[in-house]
Write a protein that binds this ligand. Structure first.
Ligand code: NOJ
Length: 563
């Protein structure tokens, strides 16, 4: 914060620890495993790591339900071990960011346990407790929740507590009660947590659903009523949230040389600028946007539609254009919240080709690239047999709801394609037992394709996807045109090609990506002579340019540099 800009020359590796690498043989990924893989992470040429939550948690939402903010989950190690990882990363020139989840805690956090003891408990106002409303007349009078908001993960956004005769708000699962950020004491707790990690040497935070932390005073009803996330306008991107973020910046973050990326579902580029615009009012350095992840679904990954390239292009271009010269993008195509990208926007039959194309497609835009564990080797979705095999609360709850009005078989098809668990299978390190992830019994199934798709198989192969990623990250960080160039989309009308230009101080980069197995003719703009460009990245043997264009092979990508 406070005017730094090193994040503009940064590439981040994202670790979801439980499935990364098991170092102590209990079947669960941990920090011993991370420590053993620091050289591997560094070999990707990234210069930062983001950890999804590794704090103590009952794992109702695998770490996004925190029961102790200033400690490490015993499954993953302890604070001493974390310090070793931190030092090891720093020694290798990599910064470390923690996930900061303060919209909600776990219901097993001590604050919540206290808060539900009595209405006058000092922690009661740490959460959003309200009395129910009464509906109906006379004998038919019954209690209903304080308002009609719906959670994102588990039905109504309110849960009743007998002892208190009050409801608490949970925008996610029932085990994730929302903190009352309007209470200054809660904000002081958040600042304490921030200082704790920053003083230890952590370099910043990825702030979970941070644009949800402010709620409309009075918590009004919201109409028309939606079955999921109803009330969004009263809990997303509220001016109160911006105010709280400003307070965190002024009181804490500006005092450190740190980086803050905020996660913000259903937020437009225009709204994002309220937080991101460079200058003294910037409260977030970057934002994890969702629009480009909705090209094959509607609002949530579960409501699926056929992949629409134009929709994806519009989303990327809108963020590129609107933020240009004002703010900085976070670039990603995978994380722990989405199914694997080759299975979604690419083609499993052209796994390596489409994997390389997708990598160049997003990473060469303007912004900081994030790479999610396993993405660099082209891990794919897993096919699990039944709902009981899934672990993710969002998947399980939405599937149960869908089964009320859809045949089970259809729901399972949707789940197979869209579940977040697709991204949470153990990382495939080798063709050895359990993909080299663990000597014990892995906590979650390993994808059966690990014998072909694994790090060891790709490490020494110059044509592998893994080595393509390594070269791409190096190129991105070494070339000012890839970092700072402007962005201009070409052939925006095409529903099969995505092409764009970057330009900076006389140098130009042309990126052409095919999103189909069919042949498509690409023609360079008139003022470009392709034969004069250096083809810096391709995913096939290079073949020549004909009349300043070429016909694509399946999922072909070509990147030309003009000096
Ligand atoms: C966003 C996180 O990325 C996701 O994994 C989590 O379930 C929700 N926020 C709730 O914390």
């Amino acid at each position: 914060m406070n005017g730094n800009s090193w994040y503009k020359e940064m590439a981040v590796y994202h670790i979801w620890c439980r499935s990364f690498c098991d170092g102590n043989g209990d079947g669960i990924g941990d920090l011993w495993g991370v420590l053993s893989k620091l050289d591997y992470i560094k070999s990707l040429n990234v210069n930062a790591i983001w950890f999804s939550p590794i704090y103590p948690s009952p794992n109702a939402d695998y770490g996004y339900d925190i029961s102790d903010y200033m400690n490490i989950h015993p499954d993953y190690g302890d604070l001493d071990l974390f310090r070793k990882v931190l030092d090891g990363a720093h020694e290798r020139g990599m910064r470390v960011f923690m996930d900061l989840v303060v919209n909600h805690t776990s219901d097993e956090h001590n604050w919540f346990k206290e808060s539900r003891k009595s209405r006058d408990n000092p922690y009661h106002d740490y959460y959003i407790w309200r009395e129910g409303r009464l509906k109906g007349k006379l004998r038919w009078k019954h209690r209903i929740p304080p308002n009609n908001w719906m959670s994102l993960f588990e039905g109504e956004a309110w849960e009743y507590d007998e002892g208190l005769d009050e409801y608490y708000l949970h925008l996610f699962a029932k085990k994730q009660p929302d903190l009352n950020m309007a209470n200054p004491k809660v904000r002081e707790e958040v600042k304490k947590i921030m200082r704790f990690w920053l003083d230890m040497g952590v370099d910043g935070f990825r702030e979970d659903v941070i644009t949800f932390i402010g709620k409309t005073p009075g918590l009004p009803n919201s109409y028309p009523k939606l079955p999921v996330a109803n009330g969004m306008k009263h809990f997303s991107n509220r001016p109160e949230a911006l105010e709280y973020m400003r307070e965190f910046k002024n009181d804490v973050l500006d005092g450190y040389d740190c980086f803050i990326v905020g996660e913000s579902p259903l937020t437009s580029a225009d709204t994002a600028l309220k937080y991101l615009s460079e200058g003294p009012d910037r409260v977030l350095d970057e934002m994890i946007a969702f629009n480009h992840m909705e090209a094959d679904c509607f609002m949530t990954d579960m409501i699926q539609r056929p992949f629409d390239l134009k929709k994806m292009k519009r989303a990327f271009s809108e963020w590129q254009e609107k933020l240009y010269g004002k703010a900085w993008n976070a670039l990603y195509i995978e994380n722990h919240d989405h199914a694997r990208i080759i299975s979604r926007y690419g083609n499993e039959d052209y796994r390596v080709e489409s994997g390389k194309m997708l990598a160049a497609m997003y990473m060469l835009q303007r912004g900081t690239p994030f790479i999610y564990q396993g993405q660099e080797i082209g891990m794919l979705n897993i096919d699990l047999p039944d709902l009981d095999s899934y672990a993710d609360v969002q998947t399980i709850n939405s599937a149960r709801v869908a089964m009320r009005f859809m045949p089970k078989k259809k729901v399972m098809e949707l789940v197979n394609r869209s579940s977040r668990d697709n991204a949470r299978t153990p990382v495939q390190w080798s063709s050895e037992r359990n993909a080299g992830f663990s000597d014990g019994e892995p906590w979650f199934p390993v994808n059966g394709n690990y014998r072909e798709i694994n790090v060891a198989a790709q490490d020494g192969d110059p044509d592998s996807l893994l080595n393509f990623y390594r070269k791409l990250v190096r190129f991105k960080l070494d070339n000012p045109v890839a970092l700072y160039g402007d962005y201009k989309e070409l052939c925006a009308d095409s529903d099969r090609l995505y092409a764009y230009l970057r330009e900076y101080e006389g140098k130009k980069l042309l990126v052409v990506c095919s999103f189909t197995a069919e042949s498509v003719r690409f023609e360079a703009p008139e003022d470009f002579d392709l034969s004069r460009g250096e083809a810096v990245f391709t995913n096939y043997e290079y073949n020549y340019v004909v009349s300043n264009g070429f016909t694509t092979r399946p999922y072909e990508v070509r990147v030309y540099l003009f000096e």
